[in-house]
Every structure is written in C-alpha cells, then in structure tokens.
Design a protein around this ligand. Structure first.
Ligand code: MAN
Length: 355
C-alpha cells in the first residue's frame, strides 16, 4: 500500500456480529464511520450501527422511525417494477427514496484504543422527532473546554441536514436541533474560537450549479451560523472529482489547521486527503493533497456492503501521532495511524492545488 497510513494489525476492530441489535427482529447489517473522543481516561467511539429486519425471499423490508420514536417496518415485493435497488444503500419506490437500513449511534470504550467494548447499561443514541425518522449518521464529536458537541447527519423524508446534541457527561444530552438545513452533512466544528468566533466546516450540496463542496461558516454561539464561504471544490479528473466532505475537528498545528477530508469519484470510490487552513483566517486554504493520503487497498476496504470506501469522521491526536478511526466498505470499523509531520511534509500537500 503506497499511502501514508499505518493500518492497525487487528483490522477490522469491530464487525456487525460484535454488537447486539437494538430491538428484537432487527439485524446489525453494517458498522460505519465512528465519532471519536476521550473521556474519563479512555478512548470512545460513537459508532454508527445500521440495522434492518432479516430479509425474507421475495420481499424487501426496511425500518423507519415514527416521529414519536416507534419503530415501523415497511415492506415491498422485490419484483414490483416501481422498486429500484441498484444502490445497496437506497430503496427507491415510485420516485420516493428510503434507506435500506436505519442507523443509530452506539458508545464503545477502550483502554488501549484498539479493543473496544460497550459499557454495561450504556444507552444508544437514536433518532428523535420528524427530522430523524430515517436515522442519525456519521457523528463528529468536538470537545470545547469540558463540553462535547455532537454534529451528525439527520435523515428523514424532509431531507438530509446537520443536527447538534450537547453533553458534558455522556448521559444527559441537550438536543439543540438542526443547525444546517438540507441538503447538508459532514459538519466538523473547530475546537476553539478564532478571533472570538466559532467556526464549522460543512458540506451543502448544490446539484444543478455548483456541487458537493466543503464550506466554512462562523457563529457567535454554535447555534446560529452565517458568513458562509466555499473552501474546497471537487476536482475534475482527480481522486476527489465528485464530492468532498470534512472528517473530524481540524487539528491545530504550527503550519495551520490540518483537516483530514474524504473525496469520492462518481463511481463512489472514497479516499482520504488533507487540507491545510490558515490558523487565524481559516477561510484561506494554504495547501491541499493532490494525491490521497489513504485509499481503499486492504480487502476489508475494497469489498463489503459498499466496497471501495474509506470514510472517517473521528480521530485522536497524541503528539505527532494521529489515530484515525474509519468505516471500511460501509461494513466494519478500522483504525490507522499517521505521522502528522509526514502528512504536512508530503510533497502532494506542500504543492497542493488550492481548490
Ligand atoms: C455517504 C456518507 C457515508 C458513507 C458514504 C459511502 O456519502 O454519508 O455515510 O460512508 O456515503 O457510502
């Protein structure tokens, strides 16, 4: 493998069969894209658990949540001509889109950052209300002083947006509601204020004119966001030609804010790259990876529920060592370490095109 990542020898560190389903009759189909944080001396993952009912021959069934939290199973005949199942993630029926699985978030902790287990009595975080009826996904965790901010994808028939939940103790959560309305996802908060303001990377989509680009917004209070600026476009002919989106919180280095982001082609091959933003004026892009710092190569990355995917929204930093946790092939959870220095020094970043 020619990328800069040192993959864990134990990969994958978590597989669907390692976790119990959240309700009777459901199966854990995939584990994906964990948020990561440190709390009470341990490393924690907030894993996205995607579930559906056991599939019966001739039928296609999938779960949704009622706005009051009740689980409902919808079912179609698999030979119905109105049904389109070409993307394993999506069920299209008569022009209406649903997801094949319903995702919630599960907390797991570890002493060593490699072996993770669910603490007893830990409660999953599930979708709530009319903006989360198709589930909650891909949560970033930012710690600002003693407070943890969870920015995650809210999915419902209303669209895909970014929700915010806030906690200090991982037992009580304040639901702050949707902070970026549809279509938006991949929201990563900066973990400190710059010039007195909070900043967030986010990824609106503008399908007709524009695209799936990384934007920056600022806020006085983490709830109200404005002064939006576009930081990074997808790049024709490159590994990030169809869409780009931020990973976890930007990492503060002497050279600037280092952001690990994902880029995908229209064939949905997802790789990781780096962006370097100015420390005081984070809307100024100093450098960008011309080639990926990590790309699908191991068999658990190339094959699975949705192969050729490396997707991260969580990491921990320890001196020069960046440990990235990622979803591989939308199926299993893996880890890899990088030297931050080696990312900053890589010729592809130093000479990188700006947008
Ligand atoms: C979506 C993301 C992730 C997922 C990838 C690949 O864009 O939001 O949830 O891992 O696609 O399927």
């Amino acid at each position: 493998m020619s990328d800069l990542a040192r993959r864990f020898g134990k990969n994958p560190i978590l597989k669907p069969q390692d976790l119990r389903p959240s309700a009777e009759g459901m199966e854990v189909t995939c584990l994906l894209n964990p948020g990561v944080f440190r709390f009470e001396g341990k490393t924690w993952l907030l894993v996205r658990v995607a579930e559906r009912p056991a599939q019966i021959a001739g039928k296609t069934s999938f779960p949704i949540l009622r706005p009051d939290g009740r689980l409902e199973i919808l079912e179609f005949r698999s030979d119905d001509p109105r049904l389109d199942l070409t993307d394993p993630r999506v069920i299209s029926f008569d022009g209406q889109d649903y997801l094949t699985t319903l995702s919630h978030l599960r907390l797991l902790s570890s002493e060593d950052g490699v072996h993770f287990a669910e603490p007893e009595h830990s409660r999953p975080l599930i979708g709530m209300g009319e903006l989360e009826t198709y589930g909650i996904e891909d949560c970033r965790v930012a710690q600002i002083e003693a407070v943890y901010y969870l920015t995650y994808t809210q999915v419902s028939s209303n669209g895909v947006g970014v929700g915010l939940r806030i906690t200090r103790d991982w037992k009580h959560f304040e639901h702050a509601g949707m902070i970026f309305s549809p279509h938006n996802k991949d929201c990563a908060l900066f973990e400190e204020r710059i010039g007195g303001k909070y900043y967030a990377l986010h990824r609106p989509s503008s399908p007709e004119l524009g695209g799936n680009y990384i934007w920056l917004a600022e806020s006085p209070d983490l709830l109200h966001w404005g002064n939006h600026r576009c930081l990074a476009h997808s790049r024709e002919g490159c590994w990030d030609s169809a869409r780009v989106g931020a990973g976890a919180a930007p990492i503060k280095t002497a050279a600037g804010w280092l952001e690990i982001y994902h880029g995908a082609t229209k064939e949905n091959r997802y790789c990781l790259g780096a962006l370097l933003l100015d420390l005081n004026e984070p809307w100024r892009v100093l450098a960008r990876s011309e080639t990926p710092i990590m790309e699908p190569a191991a068999d658990y990355e190339t094959e699975g529920f949705f192969g050729q995917v490396i997707f991260t929204n969580g990491h921990v930093v320890d001196g020069d060592t960046l440990t990235v946790y990622y979803g591989a092939a939308d199926s299993v959870i893996c880890g890899a370490t990088f030297s931050i220095r080696s990312i900053l020094d890589s010729p592809a970043l130093a000479s990188g095109a700006k947008s």
